[in-house]
Design a protein around this ligand. Structure first.
Ligand code: AMP
Ligand code: MG
Length: 366
């Protein structure tokens, strides 16, 4: 059966539509719904068979556990143990874009936890997400609404292009407010497993201590077994190759002098202005100091890159503080760590990107 779109007002969710979607969740079907971070693809978290469908339609490896969304503290306590010493701080940050790794209570299907003794729990603030969970009356397990490895969906239309079947409803409430996934905090070690929409600074100020940034949170590669299974996988990648550029504008201009017709630029308004006519395809993230806008536009542009008439993209690095930490984590993963600081370094990646095509051309000309 084809997917049904439901348009729902983000500020005053239409309850008749929410009930339809909640009924689908209760009967073991999948529903794509908005949260303040990105769109999620959800199933009843207490129904292992329903959760299995998420893995199937996303093509997600089964050892990658799911985040469970709740609509109240009571619901969180039904599935996980909230450490009493952190309760006050958690209540200060929830509802919000923060996922906590907590000890799981009995009865959570292994499909959700991937067999771990812990469960990832989030209490979102998005009104549509809250209305859906409340109406369903069960916690909803939901990873991001994208096919595995691809950029997360920040608009309902992205999810619609990823999932043409296998989903009962897609609830459309417009563009995601943050546009980047939740921060994952492992309370047992007080470490961030994935930087996200809640900043290190916000967490530090609520808990009065600074969390450690685990190696997997930097996306620079993890040796051995990661604490968060999902972090070892390729992520957020457009189909076209992406380079992450960390150098200055003079070097950037040198790259585009050579490849201006071949490459799209994803970067700040200021850099786009400086590059001027050197680049045909510019995807403007926003003003350099507007981290909120950069986060909101990031996945949208990674998805858009694939529809442009170019061979690759070059994304500009952003300062690594506030939301910038999460943006850089996604850019590193999306670029497969093709990081360069000069035109010379960039050229080495570009030649490699072009090499298979040239080989293909040589072959086909015989
Ligand atoms: P997604 O919802 O697709 O954005 O990804 C959810 C992330 O949460 C994955 O990277 C998982 O590895 C991580 N996660 C979920 N449950 C746990 C858990 N119990 N312990 C550690 N990480 C988890
Ligand atoms: Mg994801």
């Amino acid at each position: 059966m084809s997917v049904i779109m439901l348009n729902v007002n983000p500020n005053r969710p239409d309850l008749s539509k929410i009930r339809l979607a909640a009924k689908a969740i209760k009967s073991g079907k999948l529903v794509v719904f908005p949260t303040e971070t990105v769109y999620g693809i959800g199933a009843n978290a207490l129904d292992g068979k329903a959760c299995m469908k998420i893995f199937r339609v996303k093509g997600r490896p089964q050892d990658n556990p799911l985040i469970v969304h709740v609509s109240s503290m009571e619901m969180a306590e039904r599935i996980a143990e909230i450490p009493p010493k952190y309760r006050k701080q958690i209540m200060a940050l929830w509802p919000g874009p923060l996922t906590l790794i907590l000890k799981a209570k009995a009865g959570i299907p292994k499909e959700v936890t991937a067999g771990l003794p812990t469960v990832a729990v989030r209490f979102p603030s998005n009104l549509v997400a809250l209305a859906l969970i409340k109406a369903a009356g069960v916690p909803i397990a939901a990873p991001s609404a994208n096919v595995s490895k691809r950029p997360s969906a920040t608009e309902a239309s992205h999810a619609a292009s990823y999932f043409r079947k296998g989903v009962a409803y897609i609830i459309d409430s417009g563009i995601s407010s943050f546009g980047i996934e939740s921060t994952i905090l492992d309370l047992s070690g007080f470490r961030i497993l994935r930087p996200g929409a809640m900043t290190v600074e916000q967490i530090s100020s609520a808990f009065m201590k600074r969390p450690i940034l685990s190696p997997e949170a930097t996306a620079k590669g993890v040796k051995g077994k990661p604490i968060s299974p999902g972090m070892k996988y390729l992520h957020y990648s457009p189909e076209k190759p992406l380079l992450l550029f960390t150098g200055n504008r003079a070097e950037l201009a040198k790259i585009f002098k050579r490849h201006g017709n071949d490459a799209a630029f994803i970067g700040s308004e200021e850099s786009c202005m400086a590059l001027g006519d050197l680049v045909k395809n510019k995807l403007v993230l926003g003003r350099r100091n507007d981290q909120r806008m950069a986060a909101r536009n990031l996945f949208r542009y990674l998805i858009k890159l694939d529809s442009l008439d170019v061979n690759f993209g070059i994304a500009e690095a952003v300062p690594e503080n506030g939301l910038g930490t999460a943006v850089m984590n996604r850019l590193r993963k999306a670029s497969g760590n093709r990081e360069c600081a000069s035109a010379y370094e960039a050229e080495r990646f570009i030649q490699k990107i072009k090499a298979p095509k040239m080989r293909h051309k040589a072959k086909s000309s015989h």
